[in-house]
Design a protein around this ligand. Structure first.
Ligand SMILES: [Cu+2]
Length: 147
């Protein structure tokens, strides 16, 4: 009962704030964040995850950096005269309650020029901004070919 009352008070306090900013750490949900270990002799690789927006506002996600890589980009995959091609995009938008799916062959993250060896099983810290506020999330390095 006591918990219930505290909870109700918390909601009231929250409602009192005109535009309560969304707490990214608790309201942005990353599922299965992963990046493919770069193949030998290549300098680019991809990253994927499902990202759910549990905020009440739309979020604009921009991919800023990844530990150990010189450059990163956000990509969409589009069909151009019968061929699939990747195109750079500045950001992805996620409506409240919706999930952005970053998958091979669809929207995804790209990493270029690893500065160190990116080992399978290790983690790479990625930094994003959501509506210009920063959030860092560890992504797991996995083999490109599923074993
Ligand atoms: Cu790409």
């Amino acid at each position: 009962m006591r918990t219930m009352i505290l909870f109700a008070t918390a909601i009231l306090a929250f409602a009192g704030t005109a535009s309560a900013e969304c707490d990214l750490k608790t309201k942005v949900e990353f599922s299965d964040p992963r990046i493919f270990a770069p193949l030998k002799g290549t300098n680019a690789t991809g990253g994927f995850a499902k990202i759910k927006n549990n905020c009440t506002e739309e979020l604009e996600l921009a991919f800023k950096s990844a530990e150990g890589f010189k450059a990163v980009e956000s990509h969409v995959t589009v069909e151009e005269s019968g061929r699939m091609a990747m195109k750079k995009t500045d950001s992805f938008k996620i409506k409240p309650g919706e999930t952005l799916e970053l998958v091979p062959g669809g929207k995804h993250l790209m990493f270029f020029d690893p500065q160190t060896e990116i080992k399978e099983g290790s983690e790479v810290k990625l930094t994003f901004t959501f509506n210009k506020k920063e959030l860092s999330v560890p992504f797991k390095v996995i083999p490109r070919i599923k074993k």
